[in-house]
Write a protein that binds this ligand. Structure first.
Ligand SMILES: Nc1nc2c(ncn2[C@@H]2O[C@H](COP(=O)(O)OP(=O)(O)OP(=O)(O)O)[C@@H](O)[C@H]2O)c(=O)[nH]1
Length: 343
């Protein structure tokens, strides 16, 4: 028998390829979207809390030689007050039961609070899915405070009967892959401004811990795919994110964005294309118009400028963005409006 016909001992020991779904949960601002961005390496997740009900909306795909980790999105879990709220919570629970691993994000710089407990209690009810506790934003605290938080998370698990598969400290700052960050230029998120690669190793380590929890299997998406969300939905989310910045407390879930049209401008030279995007920003009440538009239209203009940069980075083409604010009365409570707005 020649050496060439049978696998060498190292080949036999090779780890099998794994693939599966993970979702990050946690209270608003816990760092879920930033972590998704850092893992995937480009701005595909939206760093704001967009309510949506599509099951398994893919937020990003981590391609590795040994695994493919598909990050899916869930809306935030809230005490339901509206029809939308109830539907969203159902979606969250269904998603939790269907993914292969749940990452529960808890910021290192904030004491565990009722919001975290509410989510943890719900998580405790999902028995089958492995849960990884991820202590985020570790760059914001001293080692001592981080140690305290890790202990508190461990205790919370014991108290509620959750067996954490891992408890991982992570900072997403500076984790963005350099080549992607360059391409995005001005579209970089503030969280990625940390410069050095300090976070990158930690984020890779998180991926190393999540991968063994996935089932064995071939890649689920072609290599190079970052997300399967239609471009229009991602564009709408980038606009919504910019529109929510600074007014989340006033309008947490009251903004929906619909991209009506995305068309390449005609008569442009091939080397200077321009994409025309027309989008409507829906609010629930006329009184919210002023908040969104701002004095002399300054806020809306700012929303347009900011989201345009992100959209251009995402699509890789210059964009002309035409934004309009419209009132869709009480859209969260009206099933017909919800459907129209894509919920
Ligand atoms: N210093 C630091 N800031 C971070 C880190 N991760 C996230 N942030 C910041 O924390 C804020 C919230 O982060 P997000 O990723 O939007 O949090 P989220 O959990 O997706 O928030 P929601 O969409 O509201 O649920 C943003 O301002 C981020 O820039 C981190 O590792 N270090």
């Amino acid at each position: 028998m020649t050496a060439g016909t049978s696998p060498s001992p190292t080949e036999q020991r090779e780890t099998p390829h794994r693939s599966g779904f993970a979702c990050f949960v946690g209270r608003p601002n816990a760092g879920k979207s930033t972590l998704t961005n850092a893992l995937v390496g480009t701005k595909v997740a939206i760093t704001s809390n967009r309510p949506q009900t599509t099951r398994h909306t893919v937020r990003g795909i981590v391609h590795r030689p040994d695994a493919q980790l598909v990050l899916v999105d869930t809306p935030g879990l809230h005490k339901p007050r509206t029809l939308l709220g109830e539907r969203l919570n159902d979606v969250v629970r269904t998603t939790w039961a269907e993914v292969d691993v749940i990452g529960f994000c808890l910021p290192a710089d904030q004491k565990l609070g009722p919001g975290d407990r509410y989510i943890a209690t719900e998580l405790a009810g999902i028995k089958k899915t492995p849960k990884v506790a991820i202590v985020t934003k570790t760059d914001l605290v001293e080692p001592e405070q981080l140690a305290q938080q890790l202990i508190a998370v461990d205790r919370l698990g014991k108290e509620l009967g959750i067996e954490w598969a891992e408890i991982v400290p992570v900072s997403a700052v500076g984790a963005e892959k350099p080549e992607k960050a360059e391409k995005r230029g001005a579209g970089r998120s503030p969280s990625a401004e940390g410069g050095g690669g300090r976070g990158a190793g930690q984020v890779d380590l998180l991926a190393d811990l999540l991968v063994p929890l996935l089932p064995e299997g071939p890649a689920l998406y072609p290599e190079g795919d970052l997300t399967d969300e239609p471009e229009q939905v991602m564009v709408a989310e980038l606009i919504r994110e910019a529109a929510l910045e600074g007014v989340r407390d006033e309008l947490p879930h009251s903004i929906a964005v619909v991209v009506e049209e995305m068309l390449p401008r005609e008569d442009r030279p091939a080397d200077r294309p321009l994409l025309d995007i027309h989008a409507n920003l829906y609010i629930e009440r006329p009184s919210q118009k002023g908040i969104v538009i701002g004095p002399k239209g300054r806020r809306l203009k700012d929303v347009g400028t900011k989201s345009r940069k992100h959209i251009e980075a995402l699509l890789g083409t210059p964009v002309f963005l035409d934004l309009h604010v419209k009132v869709a009365k009480d859209w969260q409570r009206d099933p017909k409006q919800l459907r129209k707005l894509g919920f």
